[in-house]
Ligand binder design. Sequence first.
Ligand code: ARG
Length: 475
Amino acid sequence: MTERKDDRLWGGRFERAPNEHFDAFQRSFAFDRRLLPYEIAVDRAWAKALEPIGIFTATEVKQALAALDKIAERAKTDPAWLEQFGADAEDVHHFVEKALVEELGPLGWKLHTGRSRNELVATDFRLFVIDAAAEIQRRLEALLNAFLLQAKANRNVPMAGMTHMQHAQPILLSHFLLAHAEAFARDITRLHHAAESADACPMGSGALAGNSFAIDRNAISRELGFSRITGNSLDAVSDRDFALDYLYALTGIATHLSRLAEDFVLFASQEFSYVILPDEYSTGSSLMPQKKNPDAWELIRGKTGRINGALLGLLTTLKGLPTSYQRDLQEDKEALFAAHDQVADMVAVAAGAIASTKFNASRLAAAASNPALLATEAADYLVHKGVPFRQAHDIVGKVLREAEKQNIAWTTLPLKTLQKISPAFEADFAGSLSLDAALASKKVRGGTAPESVRAAITDLEERLNKKAKKKGAKS
Ligand code: ARG
């Protein structure tokens, strides 16, 4: 039987030490050490709040703050110490208390007055999510800038717009790129929502019931940069909605990245040859010398699986948990940390790959000049001549069938043949039918006409600048 270790946070009522295997199993320091900067920040705020309620003297607060700063500094600069000293820390909260006691002696034991690891871990984790969301937002903004750069450089390159992977109507490549940008702009909104949901300070909730020392919750919350305090102590220690919201935002980003990846994997294939993969973001084959593979995109697409898995994992952990803190909640961190790291990399790699991709403008334009893409224009032409749309659709269908029978491009059918199908075709028809005219006609807001795309570029630039300005104003 092993002797009970005295520096555990909870050893008093135990006669025997935990089983070694179980002890290792229940520890979380290996991963929650990532929360150390937040733990220290919360400890600093707590130390200050202990003075007005008479637990710490002003001098003791100073001592505690100095010791906490020292611990933070040492953890940053002395990895060997972190490893060694952390070896028997149960979790990040235990680690700091142990280090504090080593620095200050018994004074270190006072810091935990009136508080619980249950509220600490919720607070640390909320602070992490707020910072994490801001980091991903910065990376998404770089990705949006990469789209803007390419949209501007290729503003008037036409391509064959598709639905059901079938040629549909001509669009501009810049319009296609900005479609992806819109999705990522929405992701920024989702990140904001996740950060907002994390932005409430649980400190003062205790283990579950609240705090009996009249601690100033608002002061702690303000000090930590939260804009509000949580409303119910029981909910505060068991709520992980902010983590779910963040994971949901990450799955949204990963889903959008994965769809972008799919487009570029297809576009890089020999069949499409719409894009030339940048060497910097491609790899070769160990066997086939000619290969240049879109691995950056394939990995992004592939990694989406584990991001979705992280969300599903936490949802499953939370399902059926009784109200209040349960140790199951310790399972909230690892997958979220990993999902955050992966998405941060995925967004950065995507931004680099987009910025350095070359578009095969002649190939895109050749596909865009497929006459089939103008069929809808012909129907629209007939509508302008007074034919009801459904009938116009039918007439153009007949025209296409006739061309198919003759095995020629339908746009080369003589006017006489067209007029046999419908007298509404007039001499101005041939002249009205062109790729440029088709593009130019889509000049509604949000459409693919060059002028609409120009407006969309300006609009996205303005939205990005506004975000940058807001951030500038904040700091
Ligand atoms: N390591 C724990 C976690 O991540 C901290 C809270 C532990 N609380 C407790 N009562 N055992 O959730």
